[in-house]
Each structure stands twice: as structure tokens, then as C-alpha cells.
Design a protein around this ligand. Sequence first.
Ligand SMILES: Cc1cc2nc3c(=O)[nH]c(=O)nc-3n(C[C@H](O)[C@H](O)[C@H](O)COP(=O)(O)OP(=O)(O)OC[C@H]3O[C@@H](n4cnc5c(N)ncnc54)[C@H](O)[C@@H]3O)c2cc1C
Length: 487
Amino acid sequence: MANTLMLSDKPRVLIVGGGYVGLYVAKALEKKVRAAGGVVTVVDPLPYMTYQPFLPEVIGGHIESRHALVSHRMHLRETELITGKVVSVDHDRKIAIVRDPDRHYFEVKYRDIVMSAGATTRTFPIEGLVDHGIGLKTIEEAVTVRNKILERLETASIMEESPAKRRALTFTVVGGGFAGIEAVAEMEDLIRVAVKATPRLQQSDVRIVLIEAAPRIMPEITEEQAVQVVEDLRARGIEVLLNTSLDSCVDGHMKLISMKDKSVVDEFQSDTLLWTAGVEASKVAKRTPFPIDARGRIMAEPTLQVSDGDGGVIEGAWTAGDISAVPDLTGGGVGGYCVPNAQHAVRQAKLLAKNLLAARYGKGHIQQYKHKSLGAVAGLGMFKGVGTPMGIKLSGFPAWLAHRGYHGMAMPTIERKLRVLSGWTNELLLGRDFAQLKDLITPYRQFQEAAGKRSKESLEEQERFEAAAAKQKAELEKEHAAKEATK
Ligand SMILES: Cc1cc2nc3c(=O)[nH]c(=O)nc-3n(C[C@H](O)[C@H](O)[C@H](O)COP(=O)(O)OP(=O)(O)OC[C@H]3O[C@@H](n4cnc5c(N)ncnc54)[C@H](O)[C@@H]3O)c2cc1C
């Protein structure tokens, strides 16, 4: 159904996705394009850019969830903003079809398009995964994981020793890349602090399992450092299982198999399953006429123009960041292309904006993207870290400091930097905030119950209770009948 949205009819630079790339491109272009008589439009289902490297710190509680976001409305004052999802692109007609949150569809005309819709969590057809797991790409996921951990600890603290209690206290993370290792380390830190404050629980009651299919973790750091991180995590009580894969997780029953011979390594119950085993280009890439590679990424030339697949470029089409396959001219990268990370996304965004201005308005020259990686640094919980920034091997406190220093500076906008910094300072002065938010998934329940309307969950709970009671009654009657018969 068409939406009668009134949009500017000026020549438009349409930015599909307002994450790292989208935010930086819009910021660099909004004033200049406006001055030249055009308009910059950002379309994104989210009204904010998510600073994803902070998601593990949101789980850990060092950063308030809103502070890890950059609001488009607050920071892109001269950009036309549309909260919606681009579902397809017709580049011959230069039109994108957008779906708004109420599922109305409308067309947005453009002169130039920037494809910057990033990546989504990559999953595999593992039985039970979709029903039981959760990813770590959005702020909502990070907040949910944090609250679930705290809720499970609190609930377990009033349970008798039982399989249900062990299941509540078992936390599973799949993926030994940067995101998975940072997340599991933050989880352990948070759990340790929360357990210490809960008299009926002990750290030894908790089981934390990290599963990685490869023989090592974190390809971004040296082999020696990766071995050290595994040892450190194990010393903190985290079970790090390498060469191991999650085979199924139906109803929270985790079945792990060896990558070497597919034999079953372990089986256990776990209420919490965090899945961080990689990303893949956003699906909208396939709903465009642009050439894509085997991994679903839009093919780019080193100028960040969309490739025509024949060494040339498609006029008026640009791409960068996780959705794109940008050649890595330094000779590094994987398969000759830039790896998907924020370091490339930010730099590509800045160059893309310059090149677009050069191509469209004749301002400056079109240049090729070339950036040598500055290394990476990860936070592994309070005062702990690891990394190789500028090729210098760091671990422990110096690495943690480098991690905070780098990301504190890299967080876009001074306003957000200050919010993050004040949160960190508050934590140092006041201690870690491990308050739990309850009922985030069913926030309407309280109100409905107050109004006397039974929620779906409580009706289902009653049905389950009545079914169990009926089953028990039938068993007792059967037992009684059997006794009578033997009299
Ligand atoms: C947990 C975690 C930790 C990380 N840590 C680091 C780190 O320490 N260092 C580092 O360099 N990198 C890190 N990264 C990677 C980094 O965050 C990404 O490489 C970076 O965000 C890519 O930027 P992007 O603009 O391409 O995509 P994104 O920042 O993901 O932005 C894509 C945007 O497009 C929007 N979108 C999606 N589909 C559509 C559509 N159909 N229509 C319109 N909009 C759409 C999304 O809502 C999103 O806002 C981390 C990632 C994660 C998940």
C-alpha cells in the first residue's frame, strides 16, 4: 500500500542504513549537498547508529545502553530522516522501495545511492537455535542478555539444588571471535559481582561455556596472545572448548560435537545461549541490481563506487562497510578484500563522501581506498584486555586502558563521548551497577493484570499447571487401581 509521505523533490543522495558508514557519510555530506541544492536522506529501521564495539560493555554494565547509540535526530540536523527499511532498489528508475514500521510501502527517488546497510548475524541450520539463541548486533540484544543473566541468577538463588537450577546457572556463548570473547569475559565479570552480592549463590554454582569451532580464538591477535587469553579465561572458570561445535540446542539441551571426528563432546542444559559466530551482508544487497560476490556482498571498486562486475562502475551507486566487498589494496584482508570492521567502515565512509562530492559536484578528485590495519584491542572485563594496537603487543591493564582510550575517542560526537566517559567515571567512583530490569519482554503485563485481564503467559501457565495436575491424578488413580486389583 502506498504511503503519501511528502518528501523533498531536490536531487537526493539516498543513504541506505545509518550505522557507521551511513552516519559518517551523512555528516560529511549534509551541509555541502544542501548548499549545492540537493538533499541527503538516511533510511534505517533504527533511529540511531549503534556503536557495536560497546555492546559487550553494555552487557557488563559499564555503559548505559542509550549511551552506546548515536541518535540520528539529534546529530543529523540537516538530513532528511526516514525510519524504515529499504526492501528493494531499482537503479534503472533510481527508486528505492521503503517499508515503514506500520508495513506501508513507498517509493523514494534518488540521484545517488549509498548502500551501507551493514551486516546481520550469520546463523546455521542448527536445531533449536532460532528458538533458544540470541545474537549480539543490536542494543536490544545486549540489554536482553544482561537482564536475562541477572534474572537467571536471582531466580536460581531461590531454587533447591536441581537440574533446573543448574540449567539456570549455565551460560553458553558460541563464537570465539572478538565479539564472543569480549562478551563471555564481560558476562563472567558481571556474574562474579552479582553472585558475590547474592548470599544463596556461589561462583562455583555457575557454569560458563565458550564454544569455538576453530582450533584458536580471535584471529586478529597473535597466536601466542590467543593461547594466553584462553588460559586466562580458563583461570576465571570459563570452559573454553576449541575445535567444538554446537550440534543442536532444542529446548535448551546443548549438544556439542568435536570438529575433528563429529563425536559428542558434551551434553548439558542451558537457559542462556548467546550466538556470536560471525556476520553476513544484509539481505537487502540481494534485492538490488548490483553485482554481489559469493558471500552476498555488493562488489565495490577501490573508489567505493559499485562495480559493474566488469572493471567499470555503476554511475550514481556507492557502497562501503560490512555490506560491501571492497578490495584491500594493502595486500592484507581476507581473500583480497577489507575485513568487516569499524576501522574500515569509518575510513571508507569519509572517503566515499569525498569521492561522491568529486563525482557529482566536481569538488576534488576521486581517490582509491587504501588503509593498513592499525591492529585491534579488546576489553576482557574490568581492568583486563588484550590486543596489538599499532603492532604493539599488549595485555592486562595496559590493553584495557588502550581499549577504553581508543573507543572513548572513536565514539562519534562529543556529546556521546562525554556520556560514555561520565558513565565510566561513575562506575569507578560508585562501583558496578548490576541492577536488573524486569519484564522487558512483556512490559504490558503489569498493567493488564492490574486491569484484571489475564495475560497470555499466565493463561498458558495455568493450562500447564492444570495439565500436570490432571496427569498426576491419573497416575495416582492408576496406581490405586493396580493396588486394588492385587488385593
Ligand atoms: C559485538 C560487536 C563488537 C564489535 N567490535 C568491534 C571492534 O572492537 N572494532 C572494530 O573495528 N569493529 C568492531 N565490530 C564491527 C563493527 O561494528 C562493524 O564492522 C561496523 O558496524 C560496520 O559498519 P556498517 O556501517 O557497515 O554497518 P552497521 O554499523 O551495522 O550499520 C548498518 C545499518 O544499516 C541498517 N540497515 C540494515 N538493513 C537495512 C535496510 N534494509 N534498509 C535500511 N537500513 C538498513 C541497520 O539498522 C544499521 O543501522 C564489532 C561488531 C559487533 C557486533
